[in-house]
Design a protein around this ligand. Sequence first.
Ligand code: ZN
Length: 221
Amino acid sequence: MSKAIVVFSGGQDSTTCLYWAKKNFDKVEAIAYDYGQRHVAELTAARHIANEAGVHLHIFKLDLMSGISHNSLTDQEMNVDADQPENSPPNTLVEGRNMLFLTYAAVFAKAKGIQDLITGVGQSDYSGYPDCRNVFIVSLNQTLNLSMDYTYRIHTPLMWLDKSEIWQLADELGVFELVRDQTVTCYHGIPGSGCGNCPSCKLRNRGLNKYLNARKNGRIE
Ligand code: ZN
């Protein structure tokens, strides 16, 4: 029986990955992290979606992250940048986040005899997050293999998809409405279409409109 673990946040990307995993593996479990993010809405959505998907969700606490560096997702005092500053990543970047998330997921997976890890990172809509790039994932995969003398396979089904193609994938997986209405992507923690103004909402809604236009015009079967 094939088994996989999804790094899950209750957002659009990882929810699409959760259903991609359910299609491609016999048994799927998910991990969400409580790392001091501002909005418990994300974890609430994660619990709800995992429950609906019939996937066992483990929530790991990573308190350390909000104490050792500053970013607007964990620091209540900082405002989220309305637009990305030039030549530097946005202040929503949580340094090292994907490396830590995948590393803990890998330790947990090995203990359960699972080799396949799934993450929703991608570099098409690269927003200046270095740990969303394919070169990083390939490198970490090798490092994890070496560090634990085990063969992991990190799957990144969204790596080369833009936001509109991610909506298309959700639609193909039969979860378009669920992703549109129940996921939390907004930096202000508002589910579904969100606040509409933060960089994450803008990216999400731009992709959604592009996809809906393509679907309406029959460019997507
Ligand atoms: Zn928003």
